[in-house]
Structure formats: structure tokens, C-alpha cells
Design a binder for this molecule. Structure first.
Ligand code: LHQ
Length: 264
């Protein structure tokens, strides 16, 4: 029998739902799953008809990070080059999601551990089922929080919490993750996908160019001062002022009707 696809793609109009699909391994990444996900995300990136993306996991987990069964080192065997793995797979994935010119929602259906947790946190809006938890599991196996973890965590939750949660690999339940600002919202398990689909559908009808500029500007804010940020806001607003969606938004407001944005 053919192996099931390691990543599934469904489209609902302009909304794409991408599902990591190795449920018996809690969707931990092997190279095949990495290549499949990268291929799908790249195709959505260049597809103008796709205006919002949901990333979720099949089964009871979101993603348990690297598949460690691929990584058992034989006694006396050569050490693996984990830098190669990051450079080849995880770093391009995180860069692509952060650079995607459309919003990405993580619908965290269950445990998100290691690089799986940081993959979720790299998404623009993180919803999680109340039973889900986030674990910076790296310190348990002698590693650092990769896939952007050391960059995102102090920014999201501050240095004190970031250091404690990573060094102690403390599991953070979804409701606490919401409370400390690690994620946007924790929702009832049974409603997670409905909530994610509602949010996704709304974003897929929004002015995509404006959302893309908003995403890029908010991400930039961490690495530059107010002067540079004001300049970048001016440039982005200038570009958006020439967009069809801006013209439509203003017309719709003046005509007291719902705007029909086209992502142009
Ligand atoms: C797994 C995994 C897994 C294989 C669950 N691998 N099978 C980047 C560069 C290169 C290399 C190194 O890593 C990285 C980045 C990283 O991501 S490092 C961090 C890697 N991930 C982890 O350390 C997490 C390991 N998993 C766990 O700690 C637990 O499984 C969690 C807390 C996620 C879930 O615990 P439980 O709910 O108790 O489930 P479980 O442990 O029973 O797992 C269910 C099955 O999934 C089980 O298989 P089995 O055949 O016994 O049913 C696990 O072996 C398998 N699984 N994570 N990462």
C-alpha cells in the first residue's frame, strides 16, 4: 500500500489548509515531510489565488520537532552535522513563513515540541486547543531552541520567562501560553478548527497587500529604531495608496457597503 502523504493540502476558496501528517510520530519532521511542506508552502507563496494559510497537525499532536528516531547515534559513530539540518530544512522553512506575503495561522491541535513549537510561533496568529501544550524540549537533549526560538521567545514573553522555559523544558499549556503572550488565543478543543477556519476565511477576504505590509513592518520593528520604522511605514503606505484594495476600501466606506477586496 502507498505511504500516506506526509503533508496534506486542502483549499477552501482563497484559504489553504496545510496539515502535517505523520500522526504516529506526532508529526515529527523527517526529510520527506520537510521537503513536502517546503514544496507546498513555496507553491502557496507564488499562488496569487491563495490569500491566507492555516497550518495544523493530523492526530493528537501538532508537531514534535525533529524525528529523533532518524537521529540515534551508534556508539562510537560519527556525530551528525545538525547545522546542516538547520541550514537545509528548518531555517528555510522559518524564513519562508516569516516572509510569506499572506497571513499564516497556526491551529495547534495538540502538543508542539522542539522545532514544532517554534514552527507554530513563527506563524502570524497562533490559536491552540486548550489541551495543547508548548514544550521547548531542546535542553532535554543538549540542544539550543532552534528554528527561531532564541529570537522569538524573549520577544514574545521576555528574557526571564524565555530562559526558564527553555532551560527547564517546562511544558506550557495553551491557556497559560495565551496569558503570557506566547500565543494569540486558546480555544476549546472541539472548536479549534472552526475558529481557525473562520479566522482564515476572514483573512482570505481581507486586503492581502496591506496585511503583508503589516506583517513585514511588525517583524521589522524588533530590529530597527523608530526613525527607520517611520520611514518604512511611509514607504509601505505609499505603495498601498496605489493599490486597488485601498481604492475599493474607501469607495465602500463612502457608499456604506461591505468592501470587496481582491488582494491587489
Ligand atoms: C517521536 C517524537 C520525535 C520521533 C514523539 N521523534 N518520535 C533540529 C535539528 C536537528 C536535529 C535535532 O533537532 C532539531 C530540532 C528539534 O526539534 S529538537 C527536539 C526534538 N523533539 C523532542 O525532543 C520531543 C520528543 N517528544 C517528546 O518529548 C514527547 O513525545 C512529547 C512531549 C512531544 C509528547 O509526549 P506524549 O504525549 O507522552 O507522547 P509520546 O512520547 O508517547 O509520543 C507518541 C509517539 O510519538 C511515540 O511513539 P510510540 O511508537 O511509542 O507510540 C513517540 O516515540 C513518538 N514521538 N516525538 N520527536
Amino acid at each position: 500500500m502507498a505511504e500516506p502523504a506526509p503533508v496534506l493540502l486542502e483549499t477552501h476558496g482563497a484559504l489553504a489548509v496545510v496539515t502535517l501528517n505523520r500522526p504516529d510520530r506526532l508529526n515529527a519532521f523527517n526529510e520527506v515531510q520537510h521537503r513536502a511542506l517546503k514544496g507546498i508552502i513555496d507553491s502557496l507563496d507564488s499562488n496569487h489565488d491563495c490569500r491566507a494559510v492555516i497550518l495544523t497537525g493530523a492526530g493528537r499532536g501538532f508537531c514534535a520537532g525533529q524525528d529523533l528516531s532518524d537521529r540515534v547515534q551508534p556508539e562510537g559513530g560519527a556525530a551528525p552535522d545538525l547545522g546542516y539540518t538547520l541550514e537545509t530544512f528548518y531555517n528555510p522553512l522559518i524564513r519562508t513563513i516569516r516572509g510569506l506575503q499572506k497571513p499564516v495561522i497556526a491551529a495547534v491541535n495538540g502538543v508542539a515540541a522542539g522545532a514544532g513549537a517554534n514552527l507554530a510561533l513563527a506563524c502570524d496568529i497562533v490559536l491552540a486547543a486548550k489541551s495543547a501544550k508548548f514544550i521547548q524540549a531542546f535542553s532535554k537533549i543538549g540542544l539550543i531552541p532552534d528554528s527561531g526560538g532564541t529570537w522569538m521567545l524573549p520577544r514574545l514573553i521576555g528574557e526571564a520567562r524565555a530562559k526558564a522555559l527553555t532551560m527547564l523544558a517546562i511544558p506550557v499549556p495553551a491557556e497559560e501560553a495565551e496569558r503570557i503572550g506566547l500565543i494569540y488565543r486558546a480555544v476549546e478543543d472541539a472548536t479549534l478548527m472552526d475558529e481557525a477556519m473562520k479566522l482564515g476565511a476572514r483573512l482570505a477576504e481581507a486586503p492581502t497587500l496591506g496585511l503583508a505590509e503589516t506583517k513585514a513592518l511588525i517583524q521589522k520593528a524588533f530590529t530597527q529604531g523608530l526613525e527607520a520604522q517611520l520611514d518604512d511605514e511611509r514607504d509601505a503606505q505609499r505603495r498601498l495608496g496605489r493599490s486597488g484594495d485601498y481604492a475599493e476600501g474607501v469607495r465602500a466606506f463612502m457608499e456604506k457597503r461591505e468592501a470587496r477586496f481582491e488582494g491587489r
